[in-house]
Design a protein around this ligand. Structure first.
Ligand SMILES: Cc1cc2nc3c(=O)[nH]c(=O)nc-3n(C[C@H](O)[C@H](O)[C@H](O)COP(=O)(O)O)c2cc1C
Length: 382
């Protein structure tokens, strides 16, 4: 039976599945429920020193469903960080650490571009007993108007400076949460790692417009007839999150060995989590799926992760973390490898005969009508 427990930056987690910052970590009550259900750690909804500046609207979510089964595959939100008072949060951090002394509670924090504000928020949260920090440099809506969130995360220079402020005060591990709304996620990740953070978390939501209502002609979510671009999450973002985690994991492996990565984006199952770990993640966070089905899903997810590990005889998370990174190469190299593989398969005598792929897939100039539907399917199957 696989051992799912893991130690990340000195934090002891019963398993690598973590509640991501968002509605499932919105107060002590629900955070306690997440611990009770067996989540490996919880990151609270992002807190700031002055919640009076945080004013939310309703509706603030929009959902994308598949045509047939109406399954929710994409989710946009224009929700801000926590609008609950900072003093209340400090009390709740203390209560949670009293009740769950052995469980890992991570404070997600965000502040304006002022050194004293970042130092104050770090010092007060850690005095309340939180086990680690996740700095939210990545919320794509609302806060950037105040130069917070992704406005910082998109600017490596500012990010490095702010991370240095945080590191000067923090006595517990710090993760920097990255925005995907950049061309090369390695650049801000490097800046945070240069400043000394223990880990990177990726990704936050992707800037999006979820759709336009064809009756009212108004984009959604419709707030008094208007909207603003929001952040996209849920199942549909997982391929983008996997790519970005792969890029950060390679950066950590090659330039910052020993630092850690927390993968986020579209995770809905133990098999999804296994893929993030195979690409180098130490922990895997879940937000929208918990909003869809509740905290109990962790049990099934852990069973599935455990079954995956047993199938491959992996005894621990360390046994397979980053295993699949070695299989990324350049397109040029793929062409070379395929030519070699085909030549080897054909053998010297039959080298000139058509390969199996050629028999199924026609050359582009031979396509006619809807032929490309069949061709596309064949090209996906390989
Ligand atoms: C409604 C909602 C609110 C969120 N609030 C926060 C937040 O306060 N701080 C933060 O760092 N991320 C926040 N996120 C982003 C999630 O933590 C996560 O990075 C993102 O949703 C991708 O993961 P998922 O597909 O599992 O939801 C929020 C996401 C959603 C859907």
């Amino acid at each position: 039976m696989a051992d799912l427990s893991t130690v990340v930056d000195g934090l002891k987690l019963p398993n690598p599945l973590v509640i991501a910052s968002g509605p499932p970590g919105t107060n002590a009550n629900v955070i306690g429920k997440a611990f009770d259900e067996g989540w490996g750690a919880v990151i609270c909804k992002t807190v700031s020193l002055d919640a009076s500046k945080v004013v939310n609207v309703q509706p603030r979510y929009g959902r994308l469903r598949t045509a047939g089964s109406q399954e929710i595959i994409g989710w946009e939100n224009i929700e801000l960080i926590s609008d609950r008072g900072f003093d209340l949060w400090i009390d709740e951090f203390k209560q949670l650490k009293d009740k769950y002394p052995d469980r890992v509670l991570i404070a997600s924090i965000m502040e304006e571009y002022r050194k004293d504000a970042w130092i104050e928020i770090v010092e007060r949260c850690q005095a309340a007993g939180v086990d680690a920090f996740e700095c939210n440099f990545s919320c794509p809506h609302g806060l950037p108007e105040r130069k917070m969130g992704s406005a910082m995360g998109e600017n490596p220079e500012i990010l490095e400076e702010v991370c240095k402020w945080v590191m000067s005060a923090a006595r517990v591990p710090v993760w920097a949460k990255m925005t995907p709304n950049v061309t090369h996620i390695e650049d801000p990740s490097r800046a945070a790692l240069r400043a000394g953070v223990q880990g990177i978390a990726a990704i936050n939501t992707i800037r999006s417009v979820i759709g336009v209502d064809l009756e009212t002609l108004r984009p959604e979510p419709n707030v008094e007839g208007y909207t603003t671009p929001g952040g996209y999450s849920s199942k549909a973002v997982m391929p983008i999150a996997l790519r970005m985690c792969m890029e950060v994991a390679k950066t950590i492996r090659d330039e910052f060995p020993g630092r850690t990565l927390s993968g986020i984006g579209g995770v809905e199952s133990g098999n999804d989590a296994a893929q993030f770990i195979l690409l180098g993640c130490h922990t895997v966070q879940v937000c929208t799926y918990v909003m869809k089905v509740g905290y109990r899903c962790v049990r099934e997810m852990l069973d599935e992760l455990s079954a995956f590990m047993d199938r491959h005889q992996f005894k621990s998370i360390d046994d397979f973390r980053g295993h699949s990174l070695q299989y990324f190469t350049t397109h040029y190299d793929l062409v070379r490898r395929q030519a070699e593989a085909r030549a080897a398969k054909a053998g010297p005598a039959t080298k000139q005969t058509a390969t199996p792929e050629k028999e199924v897939v026609k050359a582009d100039h031979q396509w006619s009508g809807d032929d490309f539907v069949k061709q596309s399917d064949a090209l996906a199957r390989g």
